[in-house]
Design a binder for this molecule. Structure first.
Ligand SMILES: Cc1cc2nc3c(=O)[nH]c(=O)nc-3n(C[C@H](O)[C@H](O)[C@H](O)COP(=O)(O)OP(=O)(O)OC[C@H]3O[C@@H](n4cnc5c(N)ncnc54)[C@H](O)[C@@H]3O)c2cc1C
Length: 435
């Protein structure tokens, strides 16, 4: 068996480990066009903030490839896949044959079409090369465009480096896809207290400066700056998949089945590049987060090595707490209207509690949790995640789930009643850890 893995990040490394857990010997060739191997993208904002040095960004030891008998082609881009010939061609002109191939090509940062976007001092923050660019930018004032998680983390990183930072978001709230407006207003206040200027409902329309960026013009003002970080989103990098004739889903990610197999036999996909079944939405969605990429990589790897395994589905999760220094996390659907189009015949309920320093919301669909937001207090949110993933009917446990002192013992009867929904290892983990 000859395996080829394209990509060298969360999904790719997880797949390699899964393959090696079954097949210790077959050759594995891994291609990554980034020059730095085995770094965690999640930690790039800490590098930009000068809080972690490069060696501390690694999520596996540097001898990982050697230890696992992997031929790693680092800094090498795959140009083309020939599905019929079962080969890949690199940009350096070499051809490699495969029996099983994994596409773990992740996402590409979106670069908006704003006049002046090519000026020096403007960068996305997706790759290590981006992080180095942002790290090396000199100046006193920065503008971050886009208040999703990466945007909020970027502006806090730059602020921690001593820059004066303005965050611009065209929608009416920060973190618009992962928190509701009530949670977002609490988080916005925390970010503003850090000294960051936050402008919501404002859109960048032009960059000024002669060669180098000197300002961002919005619908209402011009903000002077020495650098700009673009954080307007990431979209699946499907260039190779499209070229190979692999079916792409309606959301722009690779379509896969439960075994992470694409529309072409022996070609699998995992991570940010795919659309997967979203447990909360009950339809396909792109949940581009690290833990989902790891899970999907593992399922793909096991199937590639011959152990038939089905993916249970993904759930969006977001935790911004480490950055803002204040607990804040969400999961699944945070705006029920996002999933009403899927099924007309369902009943949504939003249950909220609010105190001076905390805000909690649970969204139910026909009695099962499809989303949750916890701000100010996030302990035991693992219990909610487990109940969401298993679509357990929690109707008679709502007060317990929202209580300040949520304890695993309180929901034990609910878990026991639904034990058949958990696999034996899952059930054991739940009982052992109490999450
Ligand atoms: C700044 C930042 C902060 C983040 N913070 C969080 C967080 O706090 N929590 C969280 O869960 N997630 C976070 N994420 C998202 C998380 O990093 C991704 O979900 C995860 O990295 C996805 O892994 P992946 O393996 O699918 O793809 P990626 O990590 O995108 O890796 C894909 C790799 O494939 C390479 N590649 C693509 N095409 C080719 C080709 N043709 N040939 C060779 N190589 C190729 C790419 O260059 C890239 O190195 C963050 C992302 C960023 C950018």
């Amino acid at each position: 068996m000859r395996y080829i893995i394209i990509g060298g990040s969360a999904a790719a490394i997880s797949a390699v480990e899964a393959i090696r857990s079954i097949d210790k010997r077959s050759p594995i060739d891994l291609f990554s066009d980034e020059k730095t191997p085995l770094f965690s993208r999640v930690l790039l904002p800490y590098y930009v903030a000068e809080e972690l040095t490069k060696p501390l960004l690694n999520f596996r030891a540097l001898d990982f490839f050697e230890e696992n008998n992997i031929t790693a082609h680092i800094g090498v881009r795959v140009k083309e896949i020939s599905a019929d010939a079962k080969t890949v061609q690199t940009e350096t002109g070499e051809t490699f044959e495969f029996d099983k191939l994994l596409l773990a090509t992740g996402g590409k940062a979106i670069v908006p079409n704003i006049p002046g976007i090519d000026k020096e001092g403007i960068s996305t923050l997706k790759t290590m090369a981006d992080a180095d660019r942002v790290y090396n930018l000199k100046g006193k004032k920065a503008v971050v465009i886009g208040a999703g998680s990466i945007g909020v983390e970027s502006c806090i990183s730059l602020m921690r480096r001593g820059l004066k930072v303005t965050l611009i978001e065209q929608l009416s709230q920060v973190l618009p896809t992962v928190f509701d407006d009530e949670a977002a207003s609490i988080i916005k206040a925390v970010v503003e207290e850090m000294g960051i200027e936050v402008l919501t409902g404002e859109r960048a329309t032009r960059f000024t400066g002669n060669g180098r960026v000197q300002g961002v013009v919005t619908s209402t003002r011009e903000i002077e700056c020495d650098m700009v970080v673009l954080a307007v989103g990431v979209r699946p990098d499907i260039t190779l998949a499209k070229g190979a004739g692999i079916e792409i889903g309606s959301l722009g990610g690779i379509k896969i089945d439960k075994q992470m197999l694409t529309s072409i036999p022996d070609i699998y996909a995992a991570g940010d590049v795919c659309e997967t079944f979203d447990v909360a939405r009950n339809t396909h969605f792109i949940n581009a987060i690290w833990p989902m990429a790891v899970e999907q990589g593992q399922v793909a790897g096991l199937n590639m090595a011959g152990q038939t395994t089905e993916y249970g589905g993904s759930v969006r999760m977001n935790s911004i707490g480490n950055f803002i220094g204040f607990p804040a996390m969400s999961m699944g659907v945070t705006h029920p209207q996002e999933c009403t189009y899927v099924e007309e015949d369902c009943h949504f309920q939003e249950i909220k509690t609010r105190s001076k320093n905390t805000y909690k919301k649970i969204i139910l669909k026909n009695g099962c949790i499809v989303g949750a937001i916890f701000v100010g207090q996030t302990q035991k949110s693992g219990i909610i995640t487990a109940l969401l993933r298993k679509q357990v009917d929690v109707t008679d446990f709502i007060p317990v789930l929202l209580s300040r002192n949520l304890n695993f013992m309180d929901i034990l009867p609910l878990v026991r009643r639904n034990a058949d929904r958990f696999t034996e290892p899952e059930f054991k983990e739940l009982m052992d850890t109490g999450l």
